[in-house]
Design a protein. Structure first.
Length: 339
């Protein structure tokens, strides 16, 4: 198939674009490059030994997006494009709703006009909110607690309504847990703009000397070592989940929801220990007070993805840290490090 990947030059988008190319699909990437660089796609093509098409267009530009659809004749869309910093979303909610929700509505209008009605959507475990009930399962009520999470929740509602109104739509809502790691080659990986919002890229930047120490928020949670527990999933496993969902939609109509996680949790101190082992030296850290809204424990029940898609995460925390460290060590300043 020919697959349009929005936000395809970003962290998860680049790994999924590579997986699509390796699986024999043709790939068209649309990205406005707000929080990413085209260098990632140059490396994707190098790794795949195949070319992809790239268009620098904003999803809110319906005329520009229509031109892409007319030129490329795509069969399906994998939709990653969106702003994703929780703190920034609290400070700039209108910016997030306009970009994430508005951009998706524009995309859906263009898709419908060009009779492309298959979408795999990049959702998030943030739609569950700060639920203390684990494991998290797809039928639980959604209760996002910040504007970023609410944009994901609202987009899920929009896609569900579109699918209910028109059975020609085939939609997969993929709720990610905590994507980490990098391609084993070390050529593509996570390159956050500014201060990383998530644990692993922050740990990696401390390990490579870009930052002084990791702040561990809370050491008095009701967990074995007192630190928060999260479900970390290797980005290559996550990319494979998108391919599995795409193949499922080729055979089944309707709107479907799947958690993509390992079904297991690792504490902050366990992550620090694994990353220190991968880097060959201790990563300095300091305890700080809990952050409001953080759950003590959060991990997925991924059994529906296994039953429906035949997909499960296979890579361990040690592999996640080893691959993430290889990327960071080889690219200490991210893609700005050069060739």
């Amino acid at each position: 198939m020919k697959i349009l990947v929005t936000g395809g030059s970003g962290y998860i988008g680049s790994h999924t674009s590579l997986a699509l190319l390796e699986a024999g699909h043709d790939v068209v990437v649309v990205d406005n490059l707000t929080n990413s660089t085209k260098t990632s796609l140059d490396r994707v093509q190098e790794l795949a030994g195949r070319r992809l098409a790239f268009h620098q267009v904003d999803l809110l530009d319906e005329k520009g997006m229509s031109a892409v659809f007319e030129q490329e004749q795509v069969d399906a869309v994998i939709h990653f494009a969106g702003l994703k910093a929780v703190g920034e979303s609290v400070d700039k909610p209108l910016y997030y709703y306009h970009n994430n929700v508005g951009g998706t509505i524009s995309l859906l209008r263009v898709m419908d006009a060009h009779e492309v009605r298959t979408m795999v959507f990049s959702s998030s475990a943030t739609v569950y909110g700060a639920s203390e009930e684990v494991p998290l399962i797809e039928k639980m009520p959604l209760d996002a607690v910040n504007p970023y999470g609410r944009t994901k929740e609202q987009i899920e509602d929009i896609l569900s309504d579109v699918g209910a109104a028109d059975p020609r739509w085939n939609v997969a809502l993929l709720r990610y847990f905590n994507p980490v790691g990098a391609h084993p080659s070390g050529r593509i990986g996570e390159d956050p703009t500014g201060t990383p919002n998530n644990l692993l890229p922050f740990v990696a930047q401390v390990a490579v000397g870009r930052r002084e120490k990791v702040m561990v928020f809370g050491n008095d949670y009701p967990t074995p070592d007192g630190t928060g527990i999260r479900d970390y999933i290797h980005v290559v496993d996550l990319a494979a989940g998108h391919l599995a969902a795409l193949e499922y939609l080729a055979r089944h109509g309707g709107v479907h929801r799947w958690n993509l996680g390992t079904g297991d949790g690792s504490s902050v101190l366990e992550v620090l220990a694994a990353f220190s082992a991968a880097a060959g030296h201790d990563v300095p850290y300091e305890f700080a007070p809990r952050r409001p809204g953080d759950a003590a424990v959060s991990y997925a029940d991924p059994s529906s993805a296994l039953a429906d898609l035949g997909w499960s995460a296979t890579r361990t925390l040690d592999e996640m840290c080893e691959d993430h460290w290889r990327w960071q060590k080889d690219n200490p300043q991210g893609y700005a490090s050069g060739a």
